[in-house]
Design a protein around this ligand. Structure first.
Ligand code: ATP
Ligand code: PH2
Ligand code: MG
Length: 233
């Protein structure tokens, strides 16, 4: 997705949360200083089915639905702590997507052993960007921002760790996306997290339209989704 297409949605998100664009840009620029260009051919997903693992409570039961066939033929993208759960279950992660707020040791371990991690800079994770990114093997870091891309820091669209994983897989040519571990209505989360999940759902709905693909995670929900300021006709 080009930034011009993403930008109005980004503005709506900033507005909804009261986040500051200049802060996102400042932390993005710090990340620029720690990263090198990432060769996206390493994540060529052309013709592949990709599992997008969120970190919702349903991940536990959803893991049982992942067939050996899907896992051997497709790729697995994991948001944040979903990477830990998958690895515990013996499932390899092809890419982790994170804003570093939960499990930096996993990020360190994956990047050390050659797995790409999409590391996101935003206005509220400056200390993590400063402390963690300098300790990583930069070759395996795919730096991202929700603001305009600069240098090696890319923007594929998306906001929360999980929906950014889906936008990244889309960018990399995935044939189909399968979602596990997604719970948009989760009573265990606070109001800010619920607001983030509402945006994640909207953004997946938008991506679904873009791709002309039905995401089963949205089944039974499409009619109810408040698209907010999304540019959907
Ligand atoms: N019920 C859920 N709880 C948490 N994450 C969920 C849930 N359902 C889906 N997800 C996806 O899994 C990802 C887990 O990442 P993580 O918990 O680090 O959140 P985040 O995007 O960094 O937001 P936060 O600032 O709340 O930590 C979320 O970004 C979201 O896209
Ligand atoms: N400024 C800002 N941006 C974000 C934030 C956040 O807390 N603050 N959380 C996100 C969830 O992954 C994604 N982007
Ligand atoms: Mg996170």
């Amino acid at each position: 997705m080009q930034f011009e297409e993403w930008e109005p949605v980004y503005e709506a998100i900033l507005d909804d949360f009261g986040f500051d664009r200049a802060a996102d840009e400042r932390v993005r620029d710090i990340l620029v200083g720690f990263t090198e260009p990432f060769d996206l051919d390493r994540l060529d997903l052309t013709g592949e089915s990709v599992v997008i693992a969120g970190a919702g409570p349903s991940l536990e039961t959803d893991l049982d639905s992942l067939s050996d066939e899907l896992l051997s033929e497709g790729a697995v993208f994991a948001a944040s702590t979903a990477a830990d759960r998958l690895r515990e279950a013996g499932i390899g992660v092809d890419c982790m997507v994170t804003d570093l707020d939960k499990n930096p040791d996993t990020v360190r371990d994956l990047t050390e052993h050659g797995t790409p991690v999409a590391v996101h800079a935003h206005g509220d994770n400056e200390p993590l960007v400063r402390e963690v990114v300098s300790t990583l093997n930069a070759t395996n870091v795919l730096a991202t921002t929700q603001a305009a891309p600069v240098g090696a820091v890319r923007n594929f669209g998306g906001f929360t760790d999980g929906d950014r994983a889906a936008f990244l897989a889309d960018h990399c040519g995935a044939k189909s996306l399968k979602f596990v571990g997604w719970d948009f209505d989760d009573d265990s989360v606070g109001s800010m997290k619920q607001q983030k999940l509402t945006w994640a759902e909207r953004l997946l709905y938008w991506l679904e339209r873009h791709r002309d693909e039905r995401f089963t995670v949205l089944d039974g929900r499409r009619e109810e989704i408040d698209i907010g300021a999304l540019p959907i006709k």
